[in-house]
Design a binder for this molecule. Sequence first.
Ligand code: NDP
Length: 492
Amino acid sequence: MADTVSPRDGTAPGAAVWEYAPAPQEREIVSIAPSYGLFIDGEFAPAADGRTFATVNPATEEPLAEVALAGQADVDRAVHAARTAFETVWGPMPGAQRAKYIYRIARIIAERAREFAVLESLDNGKPIKESRDVDVPLASAHFFYHAGWADKLPYAGFGPDPRPVGVAGQVIPWNFPLLMAAWKLAPALAAGNTCVLKPAETTPLTALLLAEVCQQAGLPDGVVNVVTGAGETGAAVVSHPGVDKVAFTGSTEVGKQILAATAGTGKKLTMELGGKAANVVFADAPLEGAVEGIVNGIFFNQGHVCCAGSRLLVQEPVAGILLDRLKRRLGTLRLGDPLDKNTDIGAINSAGQLGRIRDLAAAGEAEGAERWSPACPLPDRGYWFAPTLFTGVSPSHRIAREEIFGPVLSVLTFRTPEEAVAKANNTPYGLSAGVWTEKGSRILWLAQRLRAGVVWANTYNRFDPTSPFGGYRESGFGREGGRHGLEAYLHA
Ligand code: NDP
């Protein structure tokens, strides 16, 4: 039986409560309030000028809640609260004490995992099996991992007495709302910094639930502040003179604007920007595994992934058979209700993003590539895009060069390993890549030549808090995760 989602009766007036799963013993429930305030200095409060915006369920286009829209006065207040907390409580606190709070946050996320997963799928549109099995456990793991560092910073390799930077202004995107919040907050807190976090306009709800978790964990007031809003709120955070460190994940275009806005200010910066990764399949690769890796590489999270394997480079002798198998596999993917546990492909996060994907797919056809999708009925309401692949793609096509950020794969072929390297590196980005071959020596040969921050071998889209992640060139700079990720939040 398919899972159902329906407002539950008997709730507080105005509150929508969503049920997920058919049997009472399996029900996962999250309460969504009609409206949410900003989280500043340990309390939820409306914006100073009372402005709000709606966040929408992209699978149904129905509003989920009204959320406060932070203006300059609110950002000022949040930065002030973070500064005070940094100077009076969090900065001076021994690392072992900080660790206790961070462990507590990790544990509460794990305890409230189902609530987080349902909320994330409702607000973002991603399949519940991904939010349940990837986003939420990894978010908790990031806090657990970084809690372990809080009292060991002198041994992290950044000098005998590394100091926190101060107030971190952190701006995150909509593709992994909770996970990106965890990637930003956990290392910052472990290193002794305080934070002002700006979630994406279309996905603010799990960051606000995380703020509630901070309250529940007894985190001192002002250590974490969450200011919801749109691009102007993000701009106010990153350019605020009271912010010492800026961490941004999002588009290369906005990353460049932030670089311009912060030039000459002395702020520490990390930029995790776009990508156009090559997933390279050699003729000797285990093809069944490669097909799964290709699907995971580009159709995981509807392709809303900065490191998505959006360019498949396949060696000519196996191109035909691989494409046949890939098409057969795509025919088995289930697109639809994100809260159905069997769904593989959920909703596109917003009407704007759907428009961008449609435009680029249309450009692919106009430039002469051949478009293919399996038979895939789309729901009447909501934002949807069928899994799509393009063959006959040339490196000059827009679909081979630009980040589509949707479930669209561009397929190119190569003959020699040298040609694979040349085509894979023919991009202004440098975030990630994949290689599929049974030869270990070929993996190492290729990995040394690929200009990418992360290279996966015979797998794809694997993440771990202990492992540094980041790119170079137009994919940004700095690392997040692992020992390397701490550096951005420390003065040696
Ligand atoms: P953005 O880069 O605009 O958004 C990322 C974050 O930055 C959001 O919180 C956004 O706020 C905020 N922001 C927007 N403008 C500014 C600014 N001037 N100063 C500071 N912060 C700002 O991505 P979009 O959501 O517009 O997506 C556009 C395209 O970007 C996608 O199609 C995709 O190609 C790419 N993208 C790449 C990501 C990645 O991880 N590599 C992530 C997201 C997008 P708000 O949401 O309120 O606008």
